[in-house]
Ligand binder design. Structure first.
Ligand code: LLP
Length: 421
């Protein structure tokens, strides 16, 4: 269900029991807000859906890496799927047990692999023969054994946006199905590698469950073939990717996802790992912004707001749709707006041709479903300061990350006097 923890009370938009206006008056705008209840409910829903299966959920940290969000899922029982040294650092920072960490990524550096080895994380995913060789070498130098799962690219079209399609041969991810069998044979002979699993990740914002079924069937056949050759895998990681409802399009629930996949997954006799990101975080979040100015160009209407493409990149990068709700609902005529930010790019838009109640200067809007791939993809372009992140818990709200200061923007730069002599 959309926006389950955002609702109007006396025409004012609330997150749980906190009015967004009350947050804006304390922290200013723009800001991201996340509903704790939404995060917790989504996790429980996901977990309950897979109850009958021997499984472990690893939260895909890349979707929202605020330390509090990570710690919340971890404390509910999730492991963490990290995709860089920075995400691994965050996981260690919240006190996660390295035994509950997976290290994903098509291009891990030596330093990142060493960081994982030294902390004894549970599993590295390997995405090429060269990477397997490097992991073996580094593990030997550390006198350790690296536990790996090989990521197989099953060449199944996830029917999502091309930029977030990962399970096709033409994308850079995984080892293609044809070469994977040899990769397993190769890795299993290396002295400092222990091959425990097989992994896939097909793409993101997937709404067709047959996509998962087709890919799981391919991986199941591979698990069987490997078994016959003497390689007994204990773990099958099906990745993340389950979509959510952004617009009027219908997205399957975690229960639908589980019902469609559990019978096939049971055939593997493997422990199943699942790495949801967006499904757990997207609906919890909104980006709240103030209208700086309104303006008309002939028959075009603009809302110029204080949030911009650097704060929420998804509309510009993927033509993504995010619902927009006025913070105060008023019975006015509908107007079609381009909702744009202050950045010097025509691509700086949050919505195009969007019918909204007529809006005025100084009023606020909430850009919904932005808890996943929102703040984490933000940048300092135009030397804009990254915005605060707020977590609402029932009738309280907490500043989980402060707004950057102007000093923060330049703190790693220095003026080199010699250049100006
Ligand atoms: N596991 C792996 C290996 C991944 O690469 C990803 C996401 C996930 C799990 C989590 O996928 P999710 O459940 O969140 O779909 N920036 C894009 C999405 C990029 C997804 C990258 N990989 C967006 O804003 O739509």
């Amino acid at each position: 269900m959309q926006f389950e923890n955002y609702s109007y009370k006396n025409n004012e938009l609330f997150c749980e029991k906190v009015s967004l206006n009350s947050i804006a008056s304390v922290v200013g705008t723009p800001f991201y807000v996340y509903s704790k209840k939404s995060l917790v409910d989504r996790f429980h829903e996901f977990k309950a859906s897979f109850n009958e299966l021997d499984h472990q959920i690893f939260f895909a940290v890349k979707s929202n890496s605020n330390l509090n969000v990570m710690k919340l899922f971890y404390s509910l029982g999730a492991g963490l799927d990290v995709n860089s040294g920075g995400e691994l650092y965050r996981a260690l920072k919240i006190g996660a047990d390295p035994k509950k960490l997976l290290f994903t990524g098509v291009g891990k550096t030596e330093d990142e692999i060493l960081l994982g080895l030294r902390n004894d994380i549970f599993l590295f995913k390997a995405e090429s023969i060269q990477e397997i060789e490097l992991m073996n070498k580094l593990a030997a130098s550390e006198n350790k054994k690296a536990r790996i799962a090989i990521r197989v690219n099953p060449n199944v079209d996830p029917r999502t946006h091309p930029y977030i399609t990962t399970g096709l041969y033409e994308s850079k991810f995984g080892i293609d199905e044809g070469a994977a069998f040899e990769a397993f044979q190769f890795a299993s002979k290396l002295s400092n590698i222990v091959v425990v699993g097989i992994d896939m990740h097909l793409g993101s914002q997937i709404t067709k469950l047959s996509v998962y079924q087709d890919a799981i069937k391919i991986i199941n056949r591979m698990i069987q073939k490997l078994r016959e050759s003497g390689i007994h895998l204990t773990h099958f990681d099906i990745g993340g990717g389950l979509g959510v409802q952004y617009n009027s399009d219908l997205a399957p629930s975690a229960k639908d996802f589980a019902d469609a996949t559990i019978p096939l997954l049971k055939e593997t006799n493997c422990k199943i790992f699942i790495e949801p990101g967006r499904y757990l975080t997207a609906d919890s979040g909104a980006l709240v912004s103030k209208i700086l100015f309104t303006k008309e160009h002939r028959n075009k209407n603009f809302l110029i707001i204080d949030a911009a493409v650097n704060d929420l990149l998804r509309p510009a990068l993927y033509q993504a749709y995010h619902h927009i709700l006025p913070m105060i609902q008023v019975n006015r005529d509908l107007v079609k707006y381009d909702v744009v930010g202050p950045v010097c790019e025509t691509g700086d838009f949050l919505a195009l041709d969007r019918p909204l109640q007529k809006m005025n200067r100084e009023e606020h809007i909430a850009i919904m479903t932005s808890g996943a791939y929102g703040f984490v993809m933000s940048s300092n372009y135009n030397s804009r300061r990254r915005v605060p992140e707020i977590i609402v818990d029932d009738d309280k709200f907490y500043l989980a990350k402060e707004r950057e200061s102007y000093d923060d923007l330049v703190k790693n730069e220095k003026i080199i006097e010699e250049l100006f002599k």
